[in-house]
Design a protein around this ligand. Structure first.
Ligand SMILES: Cc1cc2nc3c(=O)[nH]c(=O)nc-3n(C[C@H](O)[C@H](O)[C@H](O)COP(=O)(O)O)c2cc1C
Length: 291
């Protein structure tokens, strides 16, 4: 369980991108909701990352498979932060968050410290959000945070001064994540984990999303990288770590045993949208009384 300074606590999270911009899930998930197989209210939901200005990215809503490939044990994506921008989110999506009564965390992916500051300030009036995730690791987009550990540290430290939200920083295996975590103790309240750049996992091997830079790998296929991060971070920092890449029910227990304090469901929502709800219900029915 992760206890944030504003009193919100959570054990299960829906990772950014999994449940859309309002946390209620993508259209194709709604039929499952009607029959109880999909319940966003079981999760603290990180909404899809926002940029300061609208970003075209690579996603065409009428042809998502252009930049998202479902593979047997994961997902390769090169969405590239397609989103209509933070002003749109505050105007059109935040009211839905208020009505929906979900526990929602906003995710910002500014290209620089200044952009992230500007976005955090814009969110000031969004009282119902539970936290702010700094997406410092989008593998398919430009930005100094992806390539500079110091930029991540500086950004989180600066945001701490301008925002009241508990901060979560989202890192990837290409960062010096232990160094960042140590520098951000007392600044961020949790660390989440992003997908693995194709070029890191399959150096020299052609990706089916080559024309978008290769994309990034998530899900079971990414576990060797994301779970290494979980255990190394859990051993080296006091900041609670949110585990990633759950694929089977047993993965939840494995992540907690590795030292994760909460677990996020990401691409499993795309591959098997009913599984996270089923897994969480099962976990709570067994552990609610004992944990
Ligand atoms: C199609 C798709 C879109 C994603 N969009 C975002 C995003 O907007 N912001 C973000 O921080 N992470 C995004 N992610 C990364 C996930 O939130 C998650 O961190 C990553 O997939 C690793 O977790 P997993 O192995 O459990 O899927 C996206 C992942 C996928 C597959």
């Amino acid at each position: 369980m992760i206890q944030l300074s504003n009193g919100h606590s959570f054990e299960f999270m829906a990772a950014s991108g999994a449940l859309g911009f309002d946390g209620q899930g993508w259209p194709w998930e709604q039929p499952l909701r009607l029959v109880g197989l999909f319940k966003p209210e079981l999760f603290t939901v990180v909404v899809k990352s926002l940029t300061l200005k609208p970003r075209k990215g690579n996603l065409l809503w009428y042809n998502p498979l252009r930049c998202v490939r479902l593979i047997s044990d994961g997902v390769v994506n090169a969405v590239g932060l397609t989103n209509p921008g933070i002003d749109w989110w505050i105007k059109e999506m935040y009211p839905r968050v208020v009505v929906g009564e979900l526990n929602v965390v906003a995710s910002i992916a500014g290209e620089s410290l200044q952009e992230n500051m500007e976005m955090a300030l814009k969110l000031k009036s969004c009282d119902k959000i539970k936290g702010l995730e700094i997406n410092a690791s989008c593998p398919n987009s430009p930005g100094e945070l992806q390539s500079s550990n110091q930029a991540v540290i500086d950004t989180a430290q600066a945001l701490k001064y301008v925002t009241k939200w508990p901060l979560i920083v989202k890192l990837s295996c290409v960062h010096d994540y232990v160094k960042i975590a140590k520098a951000l103790e007392g600044t961020v309240e949790a660390i989440s984990i992003n997908s693995v750049p194709w070029t890191t996992m399959f150096e020299g091997k052609k990706s089916s999303l080559e024309r978008f830079g290769g994309g990034a790998v998530s899900g079971k296929r990414a576990q060797a990288y994301t779970w290494k991060m979980v255990s190394e971070l859990a051993q080296s920092t006091s900041i609670p770590v949110i585990g990633a890449s759950v694929w089977e029910y047993q993965d939840i227990g494995k992540l907690f045993d590795m030292g994760a304090k909460a677990v996020a469901f990401g691409s499993i929502f795309l591959r098997y949208p009913w599984r996270p709800t089923h897994f969480v219900k099962r976990w709570l029915s067994i552990h609610r009384k004992t944990r």
